[in-house]
Ligand binder design. Sequence first.
Ligand code: SF4
Ligand code: SF4
Length: 351
Amino acid sequence: MKARLIEKTALAGVIDKLREKLPVYAPVREGRRVHFKFLGEGDTVQLEYGNSGNAPKNLFFPHTETLMRFTRTSRGHELVDGGPSDAAREMVLFGVRPCDVRSFTLLDYVFDQDKYTDPYYVARRRATTVIALACVEPPYSTCFCTSVGGHPALAEGADIMLTQLDGDHCLVEFLTPKGERLAELFAPAKEADKKSLKRREELVEAAVEKIKSEVPAAQIKDWLDENFEHPFWDKIHQSCLGCGTCTYLCPTCHCFDIRDEEEGDQGIRLRTWDTCMYALYTQETSGHNPRPSQKQRWRQRLMHKFKYFVDNFREISCVGCGRCVVNCPVNIDIRKLICDIGRLMEKGEEE
Ligand code: SF4
Ligand code: SF4
């Protein structure tokens, strides 16, 4: 692994060089919020941001995408164009926080399996170089990455890691061959000395200490395994509006719907995000709905993240970004629910 030091003031020039070469998807301020988007004329990348409003998973798994175009002929439906080749252009994802980078490795379990491969997601993911930005100052009191297997400087899933040191320099670590291919653009730079590498470790250790939100996320699966019908589920959904905000902003949620839209003899097949918080998500054509109440939908949300995903992939499907906590209009806090289950477990052990 190569590590270099670059002046912070030179990073804007690096971004300009990247965007001359490739499309760059990066955090940009829009009004009060910072959002990931493809850089256009006049856009300035935000390096001093907390967590972005939208999760950057949108780059690999867009909110809405056309999977194919077709035409209706006397012989039936015929493909006009589409397929993953449309999605495989080389790109750079710049300035992603480690929790969001980790979400990609969790989404990979779903979309890039030996048995089921989503060619649209996989083509974009493989064609993208991910440049992460370590959290030397964890942005919010709602961050809890360290409770779900993450870390404010975890490099898993990144090709290049940037760490802003105190003073004038930024440490740049080239972690994969894909990242090293862009090394020449990070100039002027010098080899990182031992002092800088040690300072990075100190800053990261201090960042871990600053994350005060701790939840027993790794412990609750045993309780979830045994308590599908527990009265706990009767209350947690009561104020939920079923708006879906929590799932649409979540970097690890990945439910989608596919539908065909036709006009005349032309048609498109669209994929759009969907959410388990909507009643219609599970409604069958017959009208039967296996999850008819918000209680069942909320149970599904927790079960999926902390039990079913662990059963299937041995990982919790939450990276502790806190977006659902910050943005729920009725202040439902997933951390509190996890802690409530932890308390039920303690109580059960005492009895
Ligand atoms: S954001 Fe809050 S109100 Fe909306 S669906 Fe999620 S838990 Fe319910
Ligand atoms: S469940 Fe909430 S805290 Fe966890 S990854 Fe999703 S949005 Fe972030």
